[in-house]
Design a protein around this ligand. Structure first.
Ligand code: SF4
Ligand code: SF4
Length: 280
């Protein structure tokens, strides 16, 4: 969660240790209360979106349309989802004067504030000083490790690690994605989970991919399992075809149709998105 002027690079000496003391308490009544929910760049992870859309009780496509925009890095790349601030007041659409309306399900970046993660050094640092974040002057002190527990970031970090197994794969991280079909598939699977669920159950997906029976049952009700399947499918299409096995009879008929020994499909998704194709 950064304002443009906060985006200057932190230095290695700013890194906090696990047992560094964090003096911080955010509360109504502070003069800065909710100001950090205004004019900020908040990028949402797949797990952030899952928690937020469920909290708001709306499907993922509606959430994405109403609250976010999709950014595509120049020259092709991994689609990134950004929370959109209000046009006139630049405030987060989910904040009121009483605070965050989805507090228990707020995104990772909001949980971490006023800390941020220094990716290349693998540690946390203070993003802003006491002048901007008055909570830093409050008499409440915890070890960094203890403080992270109070922010309940563990499930966010767990799911982000799994997401990074997709995004950090060298081929993807270096070359990005320049095929619009693949960008579309990536956005749907990772961020638009309710649409991905329909894609799995209403197209030939389960006829093409040899998904374990147990997983099929699980993904009917378990969104984390569905997100895991989405990550496997993206890795199948973009990284490594072994992650999600294709049913042998499908692979064989594709090989015959294409007159080649290997290579399943020119379609990187392996499946048409048109549900009608299921009836053919
Ligand atoms: S600036 Fe800091 S203390 Fe003020 S509302 Fe934001 S997190 Fe809380
Ligand atoms: S999601 Fe909540 S905590 Fe995050 S910016 Fe919006 S109102 Fe603030």
């Amino acid at each position: 969660m950064k304002t443009p002027e906060e985006e200057s690079k932190p230095q290695p000496e700013d890194l906090l240790e696990k047992d560094s003391k964090i003096q911080f308490l955010c509360r109504p009544g502070l003069s800065c209360f909710t100001t950090c929910c205004q004019d900020v760049n908040i990028f949402l992870t797949p797990y952030d979106i899952l928690r937020m859309k469920d909290r708001l009780g709306i499907p993922s496509d509606e959430f994405l349309d109403k609250y976010t925009k999709t950014l595509l890095p120049p020259g092709g790349g991994i689609p990134v989802i950004q929370l959109v601030m209000g046009e006139s007041d630049r405030r987060c659409p989910l904040v009121t004067d009483e605070g965050c309306t989805i507090y228990e399900d707020r995104p990772w970046a909001c949980r971490m504030y006023p800390l941020d993660w220094m990716g290349d050094k693998g540690g946390y640092y203070f993003l802003v000083g006491e002048d901007r974040c008055k909570g830093r002057g409050e008499p409440n002190e915890l070890d960094l490790f203890e403080w992270l527990k109070t922010q309940e970031v563990a499930p966010y970090e767990e799911m982000d690690l799994r997401f990074q197994m997709v995004t950090r794969y060298p081929r993807l991280a270096e070359a990005g994605i320049d095929d619009p079909r693949v960008q579309h598939m990536f956005r749907m699977a990772c961020y638009d989970l309710d649409t991905f669920r329909r894609f799995v159950f209403e197209t030939r997906f389960l006829e093409v991919f040899d998904v374990e029976e147990e997983t099929i049952e699980e993904i009917k009700t378990d969104e984390l399992a569905l997100l895991d399947l989405a990550f496997r499918w993206i890795r199948f299409g973009l990284v490594c075809g072994d992650v999600l096995p294709i049913r042998e009879e499908v692979a064989e008929s594709k090989r015959k149709a294409m007159g080649v020994e290997s290579g399943v499909s020119e379609n990187p998704t392996g499946v048409s998105e048109n549900p009608k194709d299921k009836e053919e």
